[in-house]
Structures are given as C-alpha cells and as structure tokens.
Design a protein around this ligand. Sequence first.
Ligand code: C2O
Ligand code: CU
Ligand code: CU
Length: 458
Amino acid sequence: MKRRHFLMSTGAAVGLATAGLGRRALAAPLRLTIQSARYDLTGTAPTEGMVSLSPDAPPPVLRLRQGERFVAEVVNTFDDYTTMHWHGMRIPVQMDGVPYLTQVPMGQGDSYLYDFTPPDAGTYWYHPHCNTMAQMALGLTGILIVEEPEDPGFDADIPVNMRDFRLGDDGQFIAFYTPRGAARDGTFGAVHTANWQIDPVEEAPAGGLVRLRLVATDTTRVYKLHLPDAEGRIIAFDGHPLNQPLPWPTADAPLILGPGQRADIALKMPAVEGAEIAVLNDQPGGLRPVIRLRASGADRGRDLADLRPLPPNPLPTPDLSDPEVIEFVIGWAPGGPPANDGYCGSLGYTFWSINRVSWQGDASGAGPLATMERGRTYILRLRNESPNDHPIHLHGMSFLPLTSNLRDIARNWTDTALLLQYETMDVALVADNPGDWAFHCHVIEHQKTGLAGYLRVT
Ligand code: C2O
Ligand code: CU
Ligand code: CU
C-alpha cells in the first residue's frame, strides 16, 4: 500500500512539474520519488532495473521560474544511498546535494527537503551525487528548466536529454564501466537516446520558432552536433545567455557539448508541413541523428527577429585588476588504493588526480583543494597534463573562461568547461557563495577514480 501511495503522489507531482512549478502555492512541496523503473528503450524488451522518478517513464522535465521558490521533497525508495544535485544552480550549499560535504546521503526510505530560489534562468539538469556511476547509468538524469519571467516568444520549447545506455543485445544493462575506459576517455554506451528514445521525431509548428534545449547528461560522451539546412542561432550556453556569439555549428565546426553541458538553440521550423530538421551527432561510425523535428500544421510565418533577447542573468562581474591565481593540475594518478572509501560507491581503482592527489569521488574526506575569500575574484588555472579531455565542473558558482593555450575561447558563463587534452585554461569567478563546493570532472569514471575535490568559500 505504501508503494501505491508513492506512485500516485509521484504521478501528481510530475503533472504539476510540467505545468509550471513556480505558480504553485508552497503549501505542499513537489514530491520526487527515486525508485526502480522499467522502460522499453530498445524495442526488444523492457530494460529492467532502471532508476527514475516514476516506475515507467524517464525523469520528468522540471520547470521552475527565475526568482520563485522551489521546494521538493526527494524521497528515496531505491535500495541504495543517494542524494539529488541540481547541476549549474547557484543556490545555498545545504541544497547542493553532495554527500557528506553538504548533506547526509539518503538511505532507502529517507527523504530530504530541497528548498531554493533559482537566481538564474536557463537550462540546467539534475542527477544523483552518491553512487553516481550506477544511478546515472541506470537512468537518473533529468532536465531542469528555469523559465524567464518574460516569455521570449517561442512557439515551442523542446528539451532534449541526450544520453547513452550500456545495454546488451537483450536490452538489459551490462557493466557501467570498464577499468580500461575509466583510465582513458571513459566507457561508452551503445544505445544512443534522446529523451529515452532512439532517433525520436518531435512535431513542431511549421514556420514556427522553437527553443531547442540540448542537454548532455551522458556519463561519458562528448557530443559534436550540427543541424544541416536549419535556420537558427545559439542563444544560451550552459544555462546563461551568451556574452559573445557562438558560430552556427557546421559539419566541420560542430557544437561541442561535453558531459554536463547544455546549449539553447533558437530554430525556425521549415514552412512546409512534414519537412524535417535533424540534429546530427558526429561520432565513431558516422553521423547519427539525435532527434528530428518535423514541421506540422499551417505555416506560422515567424521570423527569428521576432524573438526578444534573453535577459542576462544576475552574475557577479569578476574584477580582473588584481585576481589571485589558483592552479589545478589535472593528470593521471600515481596509482595506489581506490580513492573512494565506498560510502557512495567505489569503482575500485585510482586513475586520476588533481594536484597529484587522487580524491574521494562523491564522498569528501580530505580538506579543500583551495580556500577562497568571499567576494574576491579568483582565476582558476586549469592545467590538463593528460591526453584526455575533461569537462571540469564547479558547483555553486558560475565562471568565465578567459584564455586557453590552444584556442580562442568565447567568454561565456559556464559551470562546466570542456578542457581539451594538454590544454591550460584560465577561468575567472567571484567567490560569492559561501560553502564547500564540489569541483570535479564530469566524466563520471574520472570523477569516481580521483578527479574530484572541493573548493571552500569562507
Ligand atoms: Cu553535475 Cu557534481 O555534478
Ligand atoms: Cu553540479
Ligand atoms: Cu575527466
């Protein structure tokens, strides 16, 4: 009977979530129940033993509103410890969902009340931060949208949760990672999905304006995307409206999204009913459609110039006159025992390091990598000494990439910078959010085998 109660309340919550949370009264928090799920991902047989927020559907798209309070009671009915993290959100540290650093993990039957007001509009996502490898691999990665108070004027809003699953021919899970993968670029899944569907087609109004929100929630894959023959522009990156324009992606110069990264694209749909726009990913084996949008109905005759520009988010401007530089060397590990003590899931190996130390994955246990004074500007010098790419993610604060030794980089706000092999990137931030903030590679196999620490803001 308990279980039935959970299912019903989750169903209700999901309905509310898509209807727009911000307009809800705060009397009852949204209830999100982490639970086992099954779902037909492959068309062969339902994949068993998934993790989601309902028994038979992907994690829902949560819609919040900028500046409006969000209260969610996350209930864990799954048979493992967990926490929920809201990736990219600049919120109080108690709400950040990092085990031991910011909260005690939830065991089966436990719950945690997350209560925060998103300061920034844009495209974000949520995922567990304890037993992260397993629970993300099993499905628990969802999109979180913070809507602008003013509607920018789109005819449709299409969130795209891009990720792979590691399944065998029978549609059932195989090992989430391999030591070989963890020591290199990570272990890739062979079942490629968007919104838990293979090569889905979404309808959108012909001649209408679409806000496409591409979210890379995969544990490993770096997406290289372009949209042949489409008319559009990139309007936001990693949540935030652009400071500097990003070029329209092409086959030769695709839009690169590493694990954890997002892009919002304004698109004009073809005028002719039935015509399609494809989002293609360039991956080993060739170009693969991630999702296709099919024009439907009569031509709306919209124009990209109709869109109101996205208002900038209220981010603190770094003072670059006298910043303190903190260097982080990202590299292989000297070897030794597993970094993680097993409280939140160990992969059993140590392959990676920050400043030559392998850290403890999801669970803290050592001191901070650096301590920053509240309100001061810092430059984080991210020095990659390895031949692998690393999407370096900081919780609680956004940062501004300034320079790279390898390429020109756009100074657009982010929380996850894709550091290329042997790249040194300087990024600036104002340390304005007090607390201990996780700082890690978002290739989860790297995070869980040493490439994860935290920064303290006093
Ligand atoms: Cu997307 Cu530490 O998280
Ligand atoms: Cu995060
Ligand atoms: Cu990495």
